[in-house]
Design a protein around this ligand. Sequence first.
Ligand code: SF4
Length: 312
Amino acid sequence: MPPRRLRVKLILPALTEATSPYWRPIKYSLFPPLGLATLAAYLSPDDEAVIVDEHVEPLQLDDRPDLVLIQVYITNACRAYRLADHYRAQGSFVALGGLHVTSLPHEAQAHANTIVLGPAEQTFPAFLQDFRAGRPATMYRSTAGRPLAHVPPIRRDLIKCARYLVPNSIVVTRGCPQHCDFCYKDAFFTGGKSFYTQRVDAALCEIARLPGRHLYFLDDHLLGDRRFAAALFDGMRGMDRLFQGAATVDSVLRGDLIERAAEAGLRSLFVGFETLTPQGPESRPQLRRRSRPAARPRHHDQRQLRLRHGRR
Ligand code: SF4
């Protein structure tokens, strides 16, 4: 049976290119692994937890934690499996999760004691309970009913902020309300809804805990739930924050949400253009609702907004 006080190592393995001096400093040192820090929040205060992000620090392999959690992307999968094999050979219990594990569970299962499929907020507490009781299952699959309302504050104390270009990154939603046919999102969230928001007060508390002035929202679609976003931006007014985020064209063109975001401190928005052909919007619901002529005056308004607010 595992000890009462767990030694837990949470690892984000490096992409192959991340060890190159030409890539690592620019691309891979941007954002801390918030997903791992979120899972760490479910550990007991007595547990000894460490997050190692190989993109920004070397990984020591001479230890033997009770539990090793590895986040697997498509591009880091080979490295992740090597690490998993290593720690299993050392006698550690290895759990794998993330996009790649959800896509190819059978491949991942060969390298893990347990795999976690889909977003882990729902299943990870159950896994921990089973693990502490000495009877972990080999697979945990996220299903319907996975709200974010009770997710504890993420363990930012485990993030080595000085190693990142944008340590003040934050996520207040999961998934996205759109369903683009090329996107990973629907497959990852299979078995439940594919868009969730935090409670507004919890999101505002998380923002208030972040030091400094600049924030970077890493949400797939910050404006995806208009009521949530409006309440969030209203709550942020007066907090003297400046922030960036991502959203769709459609969400910018509708209503006054983008103006409210600007009043709250939004200074740039990442928008993905999947197509620039006249036929393209027909296959993209988030673009289809507005024709180009309708969008043009609004775009002009947005330029005015940008000029009005400027960049501080
Ligand atoms: S808008 Fe972006 S995140 Fe949402 S489904 Fe489309 S590609 Fe995926």
